[in-house]
Design a protein around this ligand. Structure first.
Ligand code: SAH
Length: 394
């Protein structure tokens, strides 16, 4: 067993049960990709068992803080079982859900989503890569399913020195699937879609949006960054008169339209625009068009805190434009899924957008990712998705 010795004073974060060891904390020691190492303090005290990542700035990710724990296939299998069992603790109104959410489930670098009877997994750390076959077996055992597709084509794999991989890992079957979410159906593509195919993390927000639309009887809704139409279908299900949806991805828009039809809604209640959101919002302002409700769910502008400044300007810009496009009393559902933008900073960005637009509003709700994308007490980095519902003052 290889040892990784930390510099003096660098053991504190592990003692607080934070699962990452940064390059800068290490005094000496190295191992092969994914190899289990014993992480110790400067004076040789055991701190954790971890998986080593030679190429990454996060040099080791913790498997266990218990010195007596053996890190083997049986142990990883137990983590998978616990993670899946934990989903019973949450209220998930869908047969599409996240079964494993990385660090929050004690499995750093592993994402597993379930879409009806198909599993999709993403391995983004050397440790999970090394146990890939054991993880695949454990997933099938714990779910009783037979099909597992691998979507390890995320760019973060490069940071770990891992090649991109995509394809069936166990069994095979259709890559175009359908899930039920709340009162509607959504189709998705596990091989070509973003992430593992669908933004499961916005499930609860889509339900809130449907409920608000019903309650306020919205006639004109604008869904920006609509992807495959999650919020579009939610608005139609809530009785919206007309929904305009914008995205810059043609395949996403095609599927969004298909999802409208799949749910039995008339396409005449919708407009789909293949364009840049910022440019479209400016065009609406020029034309004097207004909306009763607007969703802003942009992609990750700030993957890390280092990108926060530029991202803040981009968030502020679209929020400022959206405020201008709302009728008095209209509602803005605005989000950031950037790990590098805290909830507090996001609130300040939206405030400064309101200031620039000359608009005030009531913050009626704070939103976060659905509970199957949990954040935990000991791993605050797990918080990435945050949203605000703002009602423009009369
Ligand atoms: N709200 C969606 C998820 C949005 S993901 C849901 O509930 O499923 C972000 C989307 O923004 C992606 O579909 C991406 O294609 C789109 N996008 C990224 N940059 C864009 C831009 N500048 N203009 C328009 N769409 C953009």
């Amino acid at each position: 067993m290889k040892n990784i010795r930390l510099k003096e004073g660098k053991e504190r974060s592990l003692q607080r049960r934070h699962p990452w060891v940064f390059e800068s904390a290490i005094a000496k020691g190295a191992a092969d990709p994914g190899e289990t190492v014993r992480v110790e303090s400067h004076d040789g005290q055991f701190l954790a068992w971890a998986a080593f990542s030679p190429a990454s700035r996060i040099k080791a990710r913790v498997w266990s803080f218990d010195e007596g724990q053996r890190i083997d296939a049986a142990f990883i299998g137990q983590l998978i079982e616990k993670s899946i069992a934990a989903r019973q603790l949450f209220d998930i109104q869908s047969d599409g859900m996240r079964l494993v959410h990385g660090e929050s489930d004690g499995l750093p670098g592993l994402i597993v989503d379930r879409y009806a009877d198909t599993l999709v997994a993403q391995f983004t750390s050397c440790g999970t890569e090394r146990f890939k076959q054991d993880i695949a077996d454990a997933l099938l055992r714990a779910t009783g399913l037979t099909r597992l597709y691998e979507r390890s084509d995320a760019s973060v794999r490069a940071l770990e020195g891992l090649p991109e991989v995509k394809g069936w890992l166990r069994g095979e079957g259709p890559v175009e699937l359908q899930i039920r979410e709340h009162d509607w159906q959504m189709s998705l593509h596990i091989a070509e879609g973003h992430k593992t195919g669908f933004y499961l993390d916005q499930r609860d927000s889509r339900q809130r949006f449907a409920a608000h639309t019903r309650h306020r009887r919205y006639q004109k809704v604008l869904n920006c960054f609509c992807y495959t139409g999650g919020f579009t279908v939610a608005a139609l299900a809530g009785g919206a008169g007309h929904v305009t949806s914008i995205d810059s991805s043609a395949p996403a828009l095609e599927r969004a339209q298909a999802n409208v039809v799949l749910n039995g809604f008339d396409l005449s209640r919708t407009t789909f625009i293949d364009a840049d959101v910022n440019a479209s919002l400016r065009a609406f302002i020029d034309r004097g068009e207004m909306f009763d409700a607007i969703v802003l769910d942009p992609p990750k502008f700030a993957p890390t805190a280092a990108h926060a400044d530029r991202a803040a300007r981009a968030y502020k810009d679209i929020n400022r434009l959206a405020f201008k496009l709302l009728v008095p009393g209209g509602e803005l559902f605005t989000y950031s899924c950037s790990g590098g933008i805290s909830a507090d900073l996001f609130h300040k960005i939206v405030a400064s957008a309101g200031m620039d637009a000359g608009v005030d509003g009531f913050i009626s709700e704070r939103l976060q990712g659905a509970p199957d994308h949990p954040m935990t007490v000991l791993f605050p980095e797990g918080e990435y998705l945050k949203g605000l519902v703002v009602v423009k003052k009369l």
